[in-house]
Design a protein around this ligand. Structure first.
Ligand code: NAP
Length: 321
């Protein structure tokens, strides 16, 4: 019978993928992590991480990713930076076809493709993306020094990023479609106490307006139906995430109504030998810490599926670990 090249291929190099990679490399599996951009996923553009255990003073998302990547590298995790064109997960040997035509095969796959920012899908949003409309406060905040800007959303991302944006902007107006925030209480308290942050409640942004120089205003619709215009030069759309599941459509993998992959608590998906971890999973809390934890669980499940048959590797008695 044909042999797979790898025991495990990990698709995606955010905290879930890097942790799965660390465990697999330490477990001496023949493993490959495939990542299309830089490792780190959404954490790479997270301004500050204050709740990752062990980092008492907090650290930037960039630094956390750097440490996670270095940690996996220390155990020799093989990585390939390439875009995947298609996945065939059905058979006993799974294949991963890259855009350059190269085909990689493995006995197990862990899906760690993560999620991306959701869009409002309103007039002007796409036209002004990169010219006043942004989905990343860490990336684009510094462009709005001493300007009046708006954030749409009421979750942890919106409020945490609104706070971050006050380092640059003269005023940040948070526009939320309901009358209360979804964000955790400590972030709410900080935002309510911040002199630079204003709130507009029960209101939707229905149009982004501007000219060739960029955004100059937003058309708002309040819950009673009346409309108003607010003058801002930037809009940060921070309304949650959508799954990066495009590669999964051709595979009959069970997903929830939002398109996130359904797993059991061992990270097992509906296809034997295929596991999922991190933001691509159907779940309620999406934290860096649970993405990392799920990566570990998924890898241990893959090892269990493989029957713990790591290839014979020569003993290296000089290694500490
Ligand atoms: P989220 O928790 O899903 O919140 C999305 C927010 O956007 C909600 O307030 C929602 O309003 C609003 N919204 C959704 N669709 C909208 C639309 N079409 N128009 C206007 N408003 C819309 O998303 P998130 O804040 O990006 O957080 C995602 C996950 O990451 C969460 O699990 C969160 O806890 C986690 N996270 C954690 C941290 C941290 O631990 N420090 C930081 C950031 C994110 P409603 O409230 O009305 O639904």
């Amino acid at each position: 019978m044909q042999q797979a090249q790898y025991q495990l291929i990990i698709v995606g190099g955010g905290p879930a993928g890097l942790t799965a990679g660390l465990y697999a490399a330490r477990g001496r599996l023949k493993v490959l992590l495939v990542e299309k951009g830089a490792t780190g996923g959404q954490v790479l553009v997270t301004d500050w991480v204050d709740n990752y255990p062990g980092f008492i003073e907090g650290l930037s998302g960039f630094d956390l990713v750097d440490k996670m990547t270095a940690h996996a590298d220390r155990f020799g995790l093989e990585k390939k930076y390439a875009t995947i064109a298609s996945l065939d997960l059905a058979g006993e040997i799974k294949s991963v076809t890259l855009e350059n035509g190269e085909v990689l095969t493995a006995s197990t796959v862990i899906l760690c493709t993560g999620a991306r920012p959701r869009k409002l899908d309103i007039p002007g949003e796409y036209e002004f993306t990169g010219r006043g409309v942004s989905y990343c406060a860490t990336c684009d905040g510094p462009f709005y020094r001493n300007q009046e800007i708006a954030v749409v959303g009421g979750g942890n991302t919106a409020i945490q990023d609104a706070l971050h944006l006050t380092k640059f902007a003269s005023k940040v107006t948070v526009i939320h479609r309901r009358g209360e925030l979804r964000a955790t209480k400590i972030l709410q308290e900080k935002a309510f106490c911040n002199q630079k942050i204003d709130f507009i409640w029960n209101t939707k942004v229905v149009e982004v307006r501007g000219d060739k120089t960029g955004v100059d205003s937003l058309l708002l619709k309040h819950h009673r139906g009346d409309e108003s215009v607010i003058k801002v030069t930037g809009l940060f759309v921070l309304i949650g995430i959508a799954p990066n599941n495009e590669l999964l459509h051709a595979n009959s993998l069970q997903t929830d109504e939002g398109g996130f992959v359904v797993t059991d608590e061992e990270m097992t998906t509906s296809i034997p030998g295929v596991f999922a971890a991190g933001d691509i999973r159907s779940k309620r809390s999406r934290q860096i810490i649970n993405a990392a934890g799920e990566g570990a669980v998924a890898e241990l499940s893959a090892e269990h599926y493989l029957g713990n048959k790591a290839p014979d590797t020569p003993l290296n008695c000089s290694e500490k670990d």
